[in-house]
Design a protein around this ligand. Structure first.
Ligand SMILES: [Zn+2]
Length: 492
C-alpha cells in the first residue's frame, strides 16, 4: 500500500504545523493529528513536500488517515475558524478590556442574529418579540432587542466574582444562529487574555503570541511585579497584570504557560481600507454600506503559503476564495465590500494550519448625505479636480483612467494642485511616467511610500512632454493619467 502524503502535523505544543514550515530531517518531533504516531517530514527538492508516518509504525498500529478522503476531510475541518467552533458549542467568548477613563471590565460576546438567515417577508421585529433571554451572573444582561441583526454583536458585562456565566435564548427557528444556552467559566488565576488594551480575548494554551500584542494575566493575590514593565489592576476580587508582549516581559508570559513565538505566529491580516478600521483586533469594523474593503495578508518572511478566505459561519456551499501566492514574505490582497446591511464575518485562513484571523464588517448608514470629499474618506486612489469637480480614480472599482485635454489644467505647472493621493499613509506604490522618444526626459520609474510628494513633480514632467502617468498599487491594480504633449517647442 502506498503511504499517504499528509500536509500538516502537530508539534509538541499541539499546534498544527503545515509541511511548508516543517524542519527537514527533524525526527520524532511531529505527530500524526489522527493517530498520534511520529510523522517524518519529507522535503525533497523535486517532489511534493509532505509528512509520512515513521517507517514501521503502521505495521502494528492503525491510523484513521487511511484514504485521501480522510486527509481532505481534516484539511477542510481546519477551515472552520476557532470562533465558529466556539459558537457551535455555544461558548460565550470572554474578554478583558479597559474603558475610556481607565476602568477595566470583563465582558462576554455572542453573535447577533444574521439577516441572511431571515426569510424574505418574515418580520424581524416580530421574531425578536417572540424571543426570550434569561441570564445568570451577567451585570447588564442583554434583552431580546440586543440580538437584532442591525447590531454587530451582543456584548455584556460579566460579574468578575462568579464561577460561571449563562445566557439562555429561546427564539423562533429563523434565529437558530443564536438559539440555545450559552455558557462560559469564570475567570481564575492563570487565565491569560490577549489582544489590545480595549479588547483582549481569553486565550487557549495553544495561542501563539506576537510581539506587542497586549496581555492581561490573572494572578493570585500578592504577586510581585516589576512596575516598570507591568501594571496591576483589580476587577472585583480578580488581580490582573497588564503588559505588552515583548522580550522583557517574555518571562512573565512563560509563567502563564505561553511563549512569545513570533516565528510561529504565522501571518498578519491588516485591514487597509476602510482606513478608520483598527488594523488587527477582532472587534467589528463599522463602515458605510458597500464601502470598499482591502485586506493585506502578510506571511512570515521565508514562507509563501496559500491563504483562503472563509466565511464565518462557513457557507453551505463551502465556497472559499484562494489568494494568489505572491512570493515568500510578500503581502497579498483581498478586496471585498462592507455588506449592504448587517454584518459579514470572514476569516483569513492559512491552509493546512489552525491559523485564522477574523475580520468582522458591519454596515452603518451615514447619518447625513456627505459631500464627495468627505465620502472619499476611507477610499484609495487618485483624486482629480481640474475644474472644481472631483473624480476618484480607484484601482478597486469605478474609473481607472483620466484624460486631461489641453485646456483642462491650464499650465502644466498648475497640475500638482489638481491631483491628490487618497488612501492610507505608507502604502507602497510604484509610479511610472512615460515620454515620447524625442523628449529630453526618459521614462521615470519609482517606488514610493509617499506618493503625494512625488506628485509635486507631475507638472515638470508634463512640461517635458510626459504623456502618460501610471500609479501601481502593489498587488491591487493601477490607475492612469494621460496628457496631451505640452512641450512648447514641438510641432511649430
Ligand atoms: Zn496517523
Amino acid at each position: 500500500m502506498s503511504e499517504l502524503a499528509i500536509p500538516f502535523a502537530l508539534d509538541p505544543h499541539g499546534v498544527e504545523v503545515p509541511i511548508t514550515e516543517a524542519t527537514r530531517g527533524r525526527i520524532d518531533y511531529y505527530r500524526c493529528p489522527e493517530c498520534g504516531n511520529w510523522l517524518t517530514p519529507f522535503k525533497g527538492a523535486q517532489r511534493k513536500h509532505h509528512y509520512r508516518h515513521k517507517a514501521g509504525v503502521l505495521d502494528d498500529d492503525e491510523c484513521e488517515l487511511s484514504a485521501i478522503s480522510d486527509i481532505n476531510r481534516m484539511v477542510d475541518d481546519l477551515r472552520t475558524s476557532d470562533i465558529e467552533k466556539e459558537e457551535q458549542e455555544r461558548n460565550i467568548r470572554v474578554y478583558i478590556g479597559e474603558e475610556p477613563g481607565g476602568r477595566h471590565r470583563i465582558f462576554g460576546v455572542i453573535p447577533s442574529a444574521d439577516w441572511d438567515q431571515i426569510p424574505v417577508g418574515v418580520d424581524i421585529d416580530s421574531l425578536i418579540q417572540q424571543t426570550s433571554v434569561n441570564s445568570t451572573n451577567i451585570i447588564h444582561p442583554p434583552t431580546s432587542r440586543s440580538f437584532h441583526p442591525s447590531e454587530a454583536e451582543v456584548t455584556f458585562e460579566l460579574d468578575p466574582d462568579s464561577d460561571e456565566y449563562e445566557i439562555s435564548i429561546d427564539a423562533p427557528d429563523e434565529l437558530d444562529i443564536i438559539n440555545g444556552t450559552w455558557t462560559a467559566n469564570g475567570v481564575e488565576p492563570g487565565d491569560l487574555f490577549v489582544g489590545d488594551q480595549t479588547r483582549a480575548r481569553r486565550a487557549s494554551s495553544k495561542r501563539q503570541i506576537k510581539t506587542n500584542e497586549w496581555v492581561y494575566g490573572v494572578t493570585s493575590e500578592g504577586t510581585t511585579i516589576d512596575p516598570d514593565e507591568i501594571s496591576s489592576h483589580h476587577i472585583g476580587d480578580i488581580e490582573l497584570l497588564s503588559f505588552p508582549a515583548r522580550e522583557d516581559t517574555a518571562d512573565v508570559l512563560s509563567e502563564f504557560g505561553l511563549d512569545l513565538r513570533t516565528d510561529e505566529y504565522g501571518f498578519d491580516a491588516d485591514v487597509i481600507l476602510p482606513t478608520s478600521a483598527h488594523p488587527t483586533a477582532d472587534k467589528p469594523i463599522h463602515a458605510t454600506p458597500d464601502e470598499p474593503v482591502l485586506i493585506g495578508v502578510t506571511p512570515s518572511k521565508d514562507l509563501d503559503p496559500v491563504f483562503e478566505i472563509v466565511s464565518v459561519p462557513r457557507a453551505e456551499n463551502n465556497e472559499t476564495v484562494e489568494l494568489e501566492q505572491t512570493g515568500p514574505g510578500n503581502t497579498r490582497f483581498y478586496r471585498t465590500k462592507v455588506p449592504t446591511r448587517g454584518s459579514r464575518r470572514i476569516s483569513v485562513h492559512q491552509r493546512n494550519s489552525n491559523r485564522h484571523r477574523l475580520v468582522h464588517l458591519h454596515a452603518v448608514e451615514p447619518k447625513d448625505q456627505e459631500p464627495l470629499s468627505r465620502s472619499m474618506y476611507g477610499r484609495l486612489g487618485l483624486k482629480i479636480s481640474p475644474d472644481g469637480t472631483e473624480t476618484l480614480l480607484s484601482p478597486l472599482d469605478g474609473d481607472r483612467s483620466y484624460e486631461f485635454d489641453a485646456g483642462d489644467a491650464g499650465s502644466p505647472a498648475a497640475l500638482p494642485a489638481f491631483v491628490d493621493y487618497v488612501g492610507p499613509q505608507g502604502l507602497e506604490l510604484e509610479i511610472e511616467a512615460t515620454f515620447p522618444s524625442n523628449a529630453a526626459m526618459s521614462s521615470v520609474h519609482r517606488s514610493t511610500t509617499d506618493l503625494q510628494s512625488e506628485l509635486t513633480n507631475v507638472g515638470h514632467w508634463v512640461s517635458q512632454g510626459c504623456t502618460n502617468l501610471t500609479v501601481t498599487f502593489d498587488g491591487i491594480g493601477d490607475v492612469e493619467l494621460t496628457f496631451p504633449d505640452q512641450r512648447s517647442e514641438v510641432s511649430k
